[in-house]
Write a protein that binds this ligand. Structure first.
Ligand code: ADP
Length: 169
């Protein structure tokens, strides 16, 4: 395996659809920012998922949520994540692991990515256990029924969720 002997900054990519970003994602970004010189939150512009928020909205919410982290930036990405990682001179892909249920899919992705790009590491980080049950889809669902999600997402996200669903009701 290649060792990074020179002084080039250690860059990591944290990919996802972030629809919307939650306190669980932010927990992972903070851990990654403490480990790497630079973290790029790679926002999937062409996600196969049906999304609630468009690209601009998702990017704005992430940018607001990471403003306190000076080595974190946000970028729109399309296509293969390892290609984007290589272009950005990243040495690692960050993934959050919440529960056993995440494991099988994440394991498969990590092994496939290692076959495709042996020099890029997948680094799994665990969030604080108070975030292990959180995901974007449960947040969207609770908010769609008018539930209060303010303890699970940053204030800007809670506001946008309320606005989005009050328009729809
Ligand atoms: P994807 O579209 O890849 O599922 P997500 O935005 O849902 O993207 O998640 C991006 C990454 O963040 C994934 O590695 C996922 O496991 C992780 N993640 C999502 N929610 C949490 C959470 N509550 N705690 C820790 N990691 C999380």
């Amino acid at each position: 395996m290649n060792q990074n002997h020179n002084a080039s900054p250690k860059i990591a990519i944290y990919p996802g659809s972030f629809d919307p970003i939650t306190n669980g994602h932010i927990d992972i970004v903070e851990r990654a920012a403490a480990l790497f010189d630079q973290v790029i939150v790679a926002l999937a512009a062409n996600s196969a998922k049906t999304l609630l928020f468009d690209l601009e909205e998702r990017r704005a919410m992430i940018t607001e949520a990471v403003v306190h982290l000076h080595n974190v930036t946000v970028a729109d990405t399309t296509g293969l994540m390892i290609e984007y990682a290589a272009q950005s001179h990243a040495i690692a892909l960050i993934r959050g692991l919440r529960a056993i249920s995440d494991f099988e899919y994440e394991f498969q992705m990590a092994l496939m990515n290692r076959k495709l790009a042996p020099n890029i590491l997948t680094v799994f980080l665990m969030p604080h256990d108070k975030y292990t049950y959180l995901n974007s889809s449960i947040i969207r669902e609770v908010a769609s029924f008018g539930g209060d999600v303010s303890q699970f997402v940053p204030p800007g996200v809670a506001k946008r969720l309320t606005a989005k669903f009050s328009n729809r009701r």
